[in-house]
Design a protein around this ligand. Sequence first.
Ligand SMILES: C[S@@+](CC[C@H](N)C(=O)[O-])C[C@H]1O[C@@H](n2cnc3c(N)ncnc32)[C@H](O)[C@@H]1O
Length: 271
Amino acid sequence: MEDGWEASAGAWIDVMGDEGDWGRKHVLDAALLARLEGREFSRILDVGCGEGRFCRMLPHPDRTVVGLDPTEDLIACARDRDPHGDYQVGTAEQMPFPGGSFDLIVSYLSLIDISGLQQAVGEFSRVLRPGGTVLIANLTSFRTASLKNLTNRDESDRSFLCSVDRYMEEFWYWSEWSGIRVKNWHRPLSAYMSAFLQHGFELRFFDEPLPGSGESNDQADAFRRAPFFVTMEWQSAADPAARPNPTPSPVSRTINRQNRRTRGRQMRSIR
Ligand SMILES: C[S@@+](CC[C@H](N)C(=O)[O-])C[C@H]1O[C@@H](n2cnc3c(N)ncnc32)[C@H](O)[C@@H]1O
C-alpha cells in the first residue's frame, strides 16, 4: 500500500527547512551527535535519510556517508543540496549494499516509517561490519499509541497527557500535519527491542532525551512532561557465526497473532 511519502515530499522539505523541525533542532540533533563525538566511524549509512539534512551534518574528511531512502523526490532534494554526497534510492528491508559495508547505521526517526521491521533489522545486521553500531532515534511507543483527540488538558487548559490504548498491538495509522500525510507504525517498545535482540545485537545505550535546559516554552514543557523520543545504540555481534537464527520470541509471537487483526486508523501527528 502507498505510504504517502512521495505525495508529501514537497511539504516535508518545506517543514524541515535547513534546520529541521523543533524536536530535531532542540532535542535529537544534539542527542545523536553527542553519541558520535570522539568516535571513529569511517563508513556511515543513514537509513531513511529523507532530504539528507542529518547526512550533511556528518561529513568529515575521513568519513564516507551514504544516505538511503525510498522516496525519490527526497533523494533528488538531498542530491541537489549536497552534489558531492552519496544518496541512493532504496528501502531498509532490501538494501543495495554488500555485507559488511558500514561501521555505523543511523536511523533518525525512520523506524516508525518502515513497514518490515524484522527484515530491516536483518539487513542492518548484514550490511554492518561485525561489531558495528546502529544509532537510533524513534518516537516513544506511548506517543504512537495515543490518540490526539483523547489528550487530556491541564489546569491551564494546555494539552499534556496522552491517553494510551492498544499499546501491545502493532498497527499503522495516517499521521497528518502541515500538508504531510504519511503512514506511520505503532509498535510496543518490546517489539523494537526484541527485533534487535533476535538478530544478535547488544544494547549499548538507551535514553529519553529532553530539550536543553535553556529551553523554556510550552513545547519544551510538553516534551519534559511526556517525552516524544527514545534514542538507543545497538552493537552487532562481533562474530557473525555466533549470530542467533532469529526466531520469534514470546513477545513477537503475541504481536504476530494480534497483527492478524491489524487495521489502519486515522490519527493526527503528535510530532
Ligand atoms: C520521518 S522521515 C525522517 C527523515 C530523516 N531521517 C529525518 O529525520 O529528517 C522518515 C523517512 O523514512 C523513509 N522511509 C519510508 N519507508 C522506508 C523504508 N521502508 N525504508 C527506509 N526508509 C523509509 C521516508 O521516505 C522518510 O524519508
